[in-house]
Design a protein around this ligand. Structure first.
Ligand code: PRP
Ligand code: MN
Length: 180
């Protein structure tokens, strides 16, 4: 698995430190409110687990399973598929979406609209990664860990063909892995 990685962008330690910084900001901003955290699986799984365990603010949580990419493709199809919706009531609640990466913005644009339609009082976004060079839709991450260049990154939840998600670091996938 490691031999398919061209370059490590962020180590496990750098990710941990960033999670602590994000948690401090979120605890500060939500000090007088409860959070409903909604994670967007599958990419969010490790980030969500690590970030939420650092938060001191009261929270409830749920997940959605959303897919924007074709299973083996590296380009977005232009639509998202909600494979599993969240189940808890978000009406008049302060929702924090937890997501691994904002890329074209397609996923978060639609998920945010979906939560607003369900009556959320506020919807903010927390991402580990932001790839602004590919943005098609006007989506801003309120809490973002790292801004990254236009490279195909995997690890810490991010997959290619559903592999590499369990890498502890975030790295650039060697182009020969997906160019054939
Ligand atoms: C990836 C990633 C984000 C989304 C970002 O998910 O986890 O959810 O794409 O891209 P966008 O900003 O262009 O929408 P994917 O749909 O590949 O599914 P996964 O979470 O199961 O990996
Ligand atoms: Mn995803």
């Amino acid at each position: 698995m490691d031999s398919d990685i061209a370059e490590i962008l962020f180590t496990e330690e750098e990710i941990e430190q960033k999670n602590r910084e994000l948690a401090t900001q979120i605890d500060h901003d939500y000090s007088d409110r409860d959070i409903v955290a909604i994670g967007i699986l599958r990419g969010c799984m490790f980030f969500m687990a690590d970030l939420l365990r650092l938060l001191k603010v009261n929270l409830t949580m749920d997940v959605m399973v959303v897919s924007s990419y074709d299973e083996t493709d590296t380009v977005s199809s232009g639509e998202i598929e909600i494979q599993k919706d969240f189940s808890i009531d978000v009406k008049n609640k302060d929702v924090l979406i937890v997501e691994d990466i904002v890329d074209t913005g397609l996923t978060l644009y639609h998920v945010k609209e979906h939560l607003k339609k369900r009556g959320a009082k506020s919807v903010k976004i927390c991402t580990m990664l932001d790839k602004p060079s590919r943005r098609n839709l006007d989506v801003v991450s309120d809490y973002n860990g790292f801004v990254i260049p236009n490279e195909f990154v995997v690890g810490y939840g991010l997959g290619y063909a559903n592999r590499y998600r369990n890498l502890k670091y975030i790295g650039i996938l060697k182009p020969e892995i997906y160019q054939n």
